[in-house]
Design a protein around this ligand. Structure first.
Ligand SMILES: C[S@@+](CC[C@H](N)C(=O)[O-])C[C@H]1O[C@@H](n2cnc3c(N)ncnc32)[C@H](O)[C@@H]1O
Length: 312
């Protein structure tokens, strides 16, 4: 059987931030981070038909499996995004647009040297403050007691939030396969609910609105522009993220290609900047193949290429 996964999988090509409210029967939105095999996602869609349920999965295999599950069940109120939730939630959702965020049994990355890989790094509470609407909540289920405590502590320093006491083995409306297996071994689970009471005081600027193409008036050739940029590197806009021009090529048609690698909050992208001759100089544009996301590091790389082209 073939599946049209595009009916369910959403990417930034649908516009940024994605217009989730328009897809939602009531305008309400719930998110599940790291949905694994998608059974909780399906449960959320089934039990909340008036709400749009958005699942985010970093594993491509799980993202496709979850999308197939939603299609097979025939739910119109669920969508899937493939990628790192820490990045996608910031860039693909409008501020304070999500009512509830669920995260079930995330990998705790127990070793200290892997702590930065935990979904609940300290900046996570800022991300949830950006994302969750006043009156909304974040719910964590975990099989690791210290992970629940650590997450509660991460939120406790943020005055926008109020945490319920961590619960042990509460009765849950739906138990996933992972949780069933864990319980069958006689083991405990811990649950944490965090409430957001206050509104964001500073609304973040629309940092995803800038164009991915610019023109430089210059007498330099395309070759001179790309040669001057090869191996350059620097910080993203606002000191966020990092970019590097890894390689430069000149096509037979005279178009320059710069291979750019960016890292934003642990989110890495590889894409090309095209340098195209025009009568006044050059046009520099982010190549859309691979659908890279607009990030502070991408913006800084584009600005660097523009400055290098215009420099006498
Ligand atoms: C242990 S599994 C739990 C799956 C499911 N929630 C359950 O309860 O059965 C953790 C899931 O989180 C996903 N994941 C890990 N880090 C993530 C991230 N930064 N963004 C989105 N998904 C992530 C993994 O791919 C994996 O599917």
């Amino acid at each position: 059987m073939s599946w049209n996964l595009n009916k369910v999988i959403v990417s930034q090509n649908d516009g940024l931030p994605v217009d989730w409210r328009e897809m939602s029967p009531s305008g309400r939105i719930f998110v599940e981070i790291g949905f694994g095999n998608g059974e909780f996602l399906e449960y959320l869609a089934r039990s909340n038909p008036e709400v749009l349920i958005v699942g985010i999965e970093v594993s491509q295999w799980c993202a496709a499996k979850g999308a197939r599950r939603i299609l097979a069940a025939g739910y119109e109120n669920a969508r899937v995004m493939h990628g790192d939730a820490r990045f996608l939630l910031r860039h693909c959702f409008a501020p304070e647009s999500v009512e509830r965020v669920y995260m079930n049994f995330p990998c705790p990355w127990p070793k200290t040297r892997h702590a930065s890989r935990r979904v609940t790094v300290p900046s996570f509470s800022d991300l949830m403050n950006y994302l969750i609407s006043p009156g909304g909540s974040f719910e964590l289920a975990t099989d690791v007691d210290w992970y629940a405590q650590e997450t509660a502590e991460v939120f406790s320093v943020n005055p926008a939030f109020r945490a319920d006491p961590v619960e042990i083995n509460p009765i849950r409306p739906y138990v996933t396969k992972y949780e069933r297996k864990w319980k069958a071994m006689g083991k405990d689970t811990w649950h944490l609910t965090i409430h957001k009471d206050t509104e964001l005081t500073e609304k973040p600027e629309g940092e995803d609105d800038w164009p991915m193409e610019c023109e430089a008036s210059t007498k330099k050739s395309v070759k001179e522009v790309i040669d001057s940029l090869k191996d350059c590197e620097g910080e993203g806009v606002g000191g966020r993220g990092h970019w590097v021009f890894r390689d430069a090529f000149l096509s037979d048609g005279g178009v320059g290609l710069l291979l750019v690698i960016t890292a934003d909050e642990g989110f890495e992208q590889h894409f090309y900047l095209k340098v195209i001759p025009n009568p006044r100089g050059v046009t520099i544009k982010v190549d859309s193949v691979g659908h890279p996301y607009r990030t502070p590091a991408m913006r800084a790389a584009l600005l660097k290429a523009l400055a290098a082209a215009e420099q006498q």
